[in-house]
Design a protein around this ligand. Structure first.
Ligand code: GZL
Length: 313
């Protein structure tokens, strides 16, 4: 059997290693919505830490809550000829033109966190995020059980036009429709922000006074802001007003353990590893799941205290 002289094997090995080492790191452009909530901070952290672990050259752009900033970032990523683009779209519509430019440039786009509406599904490779409909339904079902299907609800909506605000509102409304005793008497956006939650809840309390039985908040940051307003009005959150929320960020789960929020439905933000695995698969030409949903669970008085030490965000 012919053997390769030892020095050739050595050259081949070093050559290969050198080639590997010299291979330029993967360049990924990530257009984040902004920094509006604790959930968003955890999501950005997951993307940055995982990229550093994998030696990915991550071009991170903070959209500061404006779609035009995200579109500008995508155009910049295209000009930089990144290997792939990851987009967490602030709102559902208005993405086709810039996604067409990415497609023309041969750059695959992964949509994460929030979905988009488009007539041309070929404009992005896949979606990775949570099922906001399931979250809204879980919140409604839990509330119906807690209240026996009765109560006047005020609703703090997320960012207008965003998939989580649209889907969580629709799913919750469908979920409580089976209980005529549960009525949404007012609904307004707090833009997923704590300050927004406080200001809108203050307005709700001024307008409706003590007839409010329930608050449904589309995220914990707004619920935590609302709790400040409720306490400043001399009422007991979680007792005088039942509070149902979504995200299950650490402070939200703590508030459940403290009895100030009655239930929060998880929406896991830690999907950096899954996103980069998916980018690698897409770049390798492999078929990937068109829509991949993270696993979410619900926290209330029965499991929140035990869950706290294990919470990663
Ligand atoms: C949900 C995400 C939402 C969170 C909010 O996946 O888009 O945006 O529920 C965040 O906390 O601001």
């Amino acid at each position: 059997m012919k053997t390769t002289p030892w020095f050739k094997t050595l050259l081949l090995t070093f050559g290969f290693a050198a080639a590997l080492a010299s291979a330029a790191p993967l360049k990924i452009g990530f257009a984040q919505t902004g920094a509006e909530s604790a959930w968003r901070a955890a999501n950005s952290e997951s993307m940055k830490v995982e990229a550093a672990k994998r030696g990915i050259d991550l071009k991170f752009s903070d959209g500061q809550g404006k779609q035009e900033n995200q579109i500008r970032a995508l155009r910049s990523f295209i000009a930089q000829k990144v290997d792939a683009i990851v987009l967490a779209p602030l709102v559902e519509t208005g993405w086709d033109p810039v996604l067409r430019d990415a497609k023309r440039a041969g750059i695959p786009v992964i949509i994460t966190d929030r979905s988009i509406q488009t007539a041309d599904e070929s404009l992005y490779a896949c979606f990775i995020g949570s099922d906001f409909f399931a979250e809204g339904r879980m919140a409604a079902e839990w509330l119906a059980k807690k209240t026996g299907g009765k109560g006047r609800i005020v609703e703090l909506q997320g960012t207008p036009g965003s998939a989580p605000a649209n889907d969580r509102r629709k799913a919750f409304a469908e979920g409580i429709a089976k209980y005529p005793g549960l009525q949404v008497i007012d609904s307004q956006s707090g833009d997923f922000r704590r300050t927004g939650g406080k200001e809108v809840m203050e307005a709700f309390l001024k307008k409706h006074g003590k007839i409010i039985d329930i608050l449904y908040a589309h995220n914990d940051d707004m619920a935590l802001g609302a709790i400040q307003a409720i306490e400043e009005a001399g009422l007991k959150p979680g007792t005088d007003i039942v509070i149902v929320s979504i995200d299950a960020v650490r402070e939200g789960v703590q508030a459940v353990a403290d009895g100030k929020i009655n239930c929060t439905v998880e929406c896991n933000p830690l999907f950096g590893p899954k996103v980069y695995d998916t980018v690698a698969a897409v770049l390798a030409g492999k078929t990937v799941e068109r829509k991949s949903y993270n696993k979410d669970e619900l926290f209330d008085a029965t499991n929140s205290a035990a869950a706290l030490p294990k919470r990663q965000y």
